[in-house]
Design a binder for this molecule. Structure first.
Ligand code: GNR
Ligand code: NI
Length: 172
């Protein structure tokens, strides 16, 4: 197993669109194991392959408190979405920033596991939010891009300021 490096916004590689998985190989199982290790170590409740610079439709999620309920979603598709909720979100690719995002309250997802077996999952609450957040990554969307233009501008200004201060510390 290995911990992978997580890309940080605004890295342009986070904008790439993930391709469907066609081969359920030992390499895929290794990727899933490494992504799970990376997610638990971060720690986070989900991770999309896009975040570790692998542009395939692979997601790992564990929203349990005991961190013993790993879910692997390969080639996920939302086949039903109901209701709306606004919840506070964070992202391992956007460290230190949290904001409210509107998502569907309940989703039904069709996906495959790491061995290629198809399954259907009915999700609500944090699991439903996390699935939508991770599927956004596979489409090249980071949650800050779902905020208002004003909030995105403010966040970019904050990033620029942090960068300037880090450069100043490096000289001092
Ligand atoms: O760890 C994470 N927490 C989280 C909290 C609220 C909504 C979504 C998330 S996903 C995030 C991990 C991550 O960045 N996955 O892409
Ligand atoms: Ni994220």
């Amino acid at each position: 197993m290995a911990r992978l490096t997580i890309l940080e916004y605004p890295d342009p590689r986070l904008k790439r669109i993930a391709a469907p998985v066609t081969e359920f190989s030992p390499e895929l199982r290794q990727l899933v194991a490494d992504m799970a290790e990376t997610m638990y170590a971060a720690p986070g409740i989900g991770l999309a392959a896009t975040q570790v610079d692998v542009h395939k439709q692979v997601i790992v999620i564990d929203v349990s408190e005991t961190k013993d309920d790993l879910r692997v979603l390969v080639n996920p598709k939302i086949v039903r979405a109901e209701g709306e909720v606004k919840g506070e979100e964070g992202c391992l690719s956007v460290p230190g920033y949290y904001d409210g995002v509107v998502r569907a309250e309940r989703v039904t997802v069709e996906a495959q596991d790491a061995e290629g077996r198809p399954f259907t999952l009915d999700a609500e609450g944090l699991l439903a939010v996390c699935i939508q957040h991770e599927m956004d990554h596979l489409k090249g969307i980071v949650f800050v891009e779902r905020l208002s233009q004003l909030k995105q501008l403010r966040y970019k200004a904050r990033l620029a300021k942090q960068k300037r201060e880090a450069a100043r510390r490096a000289v001092a």
